[in-house]
Write a protein that binds this ligand. Structure first.
Ligand code: DCP
Ligand code: CA
Ligand code: CA
Length: 364
């Protein structure tokens, strides 16, 4: 039996303010407010973040600085943002992540997803041990505390990391996902913001459980096909998106509309050769090798599908693009009986430098 995935989402606690405390320990215990000054008047701008003592005073991210100053006590420290310092701390943290997982996807200056399915063998008690070690490792090597969410996919892990803060660890086993989500407010779902949730409230939908009971057709009617489907899946805790490292994300691709819709691989042979040639030109121009070839298929109902194949060794030839893409389209057509293709594309990813042997061996 294939074991499921185990995903971590790690979010640094009160990040900018914590990074300030790190280089100036005398700040610890005092309210600290990191300000993004706009420069118009001495106090114009917004609060970037505040540490927990400052939050206790009612000071929060996004608040006008002048307003935060009214809430502050005499001992409150206001500091200007120093992005180069926070980026340096962030870089150190990412290097610790990479010691713990082969697949790390940094999504902002203070957070990342780690796919630890292999490292834990899909086991959630091993995941707990690993998450504790990770928190300990980050604290030891960088001095920063983080909150970690563990779940069977990115969506659940992301919601879980915000569940207990600071220095939190929230583990949601696959069989607990529905229970964990059901009582939460719909706004806890990343991607459901104020506008969507206001509309949902008008429909009498407040919690994720409420959302799960709305027929998907009703969601599609109100929010469109892609968003409706996303909201429905999210309410059930379903998310199949992968954790992709920066190198994997980097890709070259070509996508075009067919002159005539294609119902089988033979009908798109000329088209495929043409776009493969165009892509090959770009690969040559960039001077890169690739490990992954992918196809993009958009059918007559505007459904998007992607399929990809990872090659055994890095390649840089037209043949590798064309034959792999052809095989992928062939299996796509046989898998999706009756599909009518309107647009198609090919892409290469997992790119590496040709001259530098060392980076080629990184592929292994
Ligand atoms: N940030 C900002 N302006 C905002 C929100 C955030 O400049 N309106 C910056 C400062 C934060 C950093 O981004 O430190 C990370 O944002 P988070 O939302 O993760 O918030 P914090 O890390 O500050 O706090 P928490 O402990 O709640 O995660
Ligand atoms: Ca944070
Ligand atoms: Ca964050």
């Amino acid at each position: 039996m294939a074991t499921g995935r185990v995903i971590f989402h790690v979010d640094c606690d009160y990040f900018f303010a914590q990074a300030e405390e790190l280089r100036n320990p005398s700040l610890k215990g005092k309210p600290v407010v990191v300000c993004v000054y706009s420069g118009r008047t001495p106090d114009s701008g917004a609060v970037g973040t505040a540490n927990y003592p400052a939050r206790k005073l009612g000071i929060h991210s996004g608040m006008p600085i002048a307003f935060a100053k009214k809430k502050a006590t005499p001992g409150t420290v206001f500091l200007p943002v120093d992005l180069p310092h926070y980026s340096a701390v962030s870089g150190k943290i990412v290097r610790v992540f990479q010691e713990f997982a082969a697949k790390v996807e940094k999504t902002s200056i203070d957070e990342a997803f780690l796919d630890v399915s292999q490292e834990t063998n899909g086991d959630f008690s091993a995941a707990r041990e690993l998450a504790l070690k990770l928190k300990h490792g980050i604290k030891g090597k960088t001095g920063i505390t983080v909150s970690v969410g563990v779940g069977p996919n990115k969506l659940v892990a992301k919601i879980a990391s915000g569940h207990q803060k600071p220095d939190g660890l929230t583990i949601v086993q696959p069989e607990k996902v529905r229970d964990f989500l059901s009582a939460l407010d719909v706004e806890k779902i990343p991607g459901i913001g104020g506008k969507t949730s206001a509309k949902l409230r008008e429909m009498n939908v407040n919690t994720v459980k409420d959302l799960a009971s709305v027929p998907v057709a009703v969601l599609v009617e109100n929010f469109g096909r892609a968003r409706g489907a996303f909201m429905h899946n999210a309410s059930l805790g379903i998310d199949e998106s992968e954790v992709t490292s920066e190198r994997e994300r980097k890709q070259l691709s070509i996508i075009r509309t067919l002159k005539q819709d294609a119902k089988n691989p033979a009908e798109m042979e000329g088209f495929l050769k043409e776009i493969s040639e165009k892509l090959f030109e770009r690969v040559k121009a960039e001077g890169v090798f690739f490990r992954t070839v992918s196809i993009i298929a958009i059918d007559s109902r505007l459904g998007h599908f992607t399929r990809s194949k990872t090659l055994e060794s890095p390649a840089n030839s037209f043949e590798a693009i064309h034959s792999t893409a052809r095989a992928l389209f062939e299996s796509f057509f046989s898998e999706k009986k009756g599909v009518v293709l309107r647009r198609g594309g090919v892409g290469v990813a997992n790119l590496g430098e040709p001259k530098n042997q060392k980076s080629l061996s990184d592929f292994a």
